[in-house]
Design a protein around this ligand. Structure first.
Ligand code: ZN
Length: 441
């Protein structure tokens, strides 16, 4: 089922225009059930699904889907940045919004179980089916529809590298845009300007790229809403992720001899594993925002040679998913020192912060996000088990939550779909936020 990126650009101009027209019409029906808004969203969704943005292989350039987005954002200052390796971001600003909407455009690869082309949107009476429709091009389409249905201040960050390894877009964005306002002077300096000077020109290029010093309104935002499928609920918390490689060293010898605890690397690994399972179990009473306990998983143990030889070495891979209130460094140290002798090597290979980040003030940040969601009229939902890039924004000091149409149960599966009612609810809520001047809150 090979598909090349030549499906990029298949959106006919006529369709793009009709999306803008439908979107404008919808502005007349703020807050009500609005078929025009959904119609505009579906036109955009059909176009976005038509672009191959599978990740891997992440063969995504600055044209294609990004050309489409640029064409749909008249009146916005638009900046497209190529971060290499298929990581491309589009940052679009209109006015001086305090709120940033972030959404990723890449999808997971399709599978042979798809019953039709994953790149051709199918719309039934209640669903839109297509690769990425649920995760999370539906939200991207809704944001485009709102951008055209309203003239309110609005900021959008589209990225192409959320699925899969080596995410670059959000990290680079956060290098340039620190949160506002967290004390006078925060976010000042020229890093943001440098970032934009290095960026590629775009058709709507504006003063953002030309100025050496960004104005306050352009330097950062007060809060970020990250789109992922949450059934149109604000998700304020999720776990972090830590992956660790542990190496045990022993001393090869004949298995008939008496052994010290340190002689056999596999015995060390098993002893450590038992202690680690007990420790993880001891955390079961810990909780945060509806999440309970520490998730712990030994994913792989390998080593040794044969039954009558003392194992000289062993390697173990494990993962933990801490609560936002858990100290990630402290946890690592606890696991490292569970038994004597300590492992010969203990290396964290991946870390993703929980949402909210900053264990010491996690509850405070959760309450800030709760207040933000309430202020925007978005219902608050339960914490989720999946990781999101909202954690990166939180780590950088932003008040943030995850909010988007569709159910994670439909993400990443064959014939992935999003409910039309969800699409509509999401888009209408964003239109209410952008059109209602809540950027001034
Ligand atoms: Zn996603």
């Amino acid at each position: 089922m090979k598909r090349d990126s030549d499906c990029e650009g298949r959106m006919p101009k006529r369709t793009a225009k009709s999306a803008r027209r439908a979107g404008r019409r919808s502005g007349e029906f703020l807050g009500t059930r609005d078929p025009a808004l959904l119609e505009a969203t579906l036109v955009h969704l059909r176009a976005l699904v038509g672009f191959d943005t599978r990740n891997p292989p992440r063969a995504i350039g600055t044209g294609g889907i990004f050309d489409y987005l640029r064409a749909q954002l008249p009146g916005f200052h638009v900046r497209v940045t190529d971060h290499g390796a298929g990581a491309v971001s589009l940052f679009a600003v209109r006015g001086k919004p305090k709120l940033l909407f972030n959404v990723h455009l890449d999808t997971v690869p399709d599978s042979p179980q798809w019953s039709a082309s994953p790149f051709e949107l199918r719309v039934t009476t209640d669903r839109a089916i297509g690769l990425g429709a649920c995760d999370i091009k539906g939200a991207a389409a809704g944001l485009l529809a709102v951008a055209n249905a309203s003239s309110g201040d609005m900021a959008l960050l589209f990225t192409s590298d959320e699925e899969g390894a080596d995410p670059r877009c959000v990290r680079t964005f956060l290098d340039a845009f620190l949160p506002l306002p967290s004390g006078e002077g925060r976010g000042e300096g020229t890093r943001g300007a440098e970032h934009f000077r290095n960026a590629e020109p775009s058709p709507q290029r504006c003063a953002l790229g030309a100025t050496h010093r960004l104005s306050r309104g352009e330097r950062g935002f007060q809060a970020v809403i990250v789109a992922e499928p949450t059934r149109c609920r604000a998700v304020l918390a999720h776990r972090g992720i830590q992956s660790v490689r542990v190496r045990f060293e022993g001393r090869a010898g004949h298995a008939s001899g008496e052994q010290k605890p340190s002689d056999n690397a596999l015995h060390q690994a098993v002893r450590w594993s038992t202690a680690a399972l007990d420790f993880a179990e001891s955390q079961s009473k810990e909780s945060f925002g509806g999440l309970h306990g520490l998730r712990f998983n030994i994913g792989r143990i390998e080593g040794g040679i044969k039954a009558n030889m003392i194992a000289p070495e062993a390697e173990l891979r494990f993962g933990i998913r801490p609560l936002p209130s858990m100290d990630m460094d402290g946890l690592l140290e606890r696991f490292r020192t569970l038994v004597e002798p300590a492992p010969a090597a203990f290396e964290e290979t991946f870390r993703g912060s929980p949402l909210p980040a900053d264990a010491a003030r996690a509850e405070l940040h959760r309450r800030d996000a709760h207040g933000l969601a309430e202020g925007l009229g978005i219902p608050v939902g339960d914490a989720v088990d999946f990781w999101t890039e909202a954690a990166l924004f939180s780590q950088a000091g932003y008040t943030t939550f995850v909010y988007g149409p569709g159910d994670i149960a439909q993400a990443h599966g064959a014939d992935e779909w999003v409910e039309l009612a969800q699409l509509h609810r999401y888009t209408a809520s964003v239109l209410r936020i952008v059109g209602g001047g809540l950027h001034e809150r």
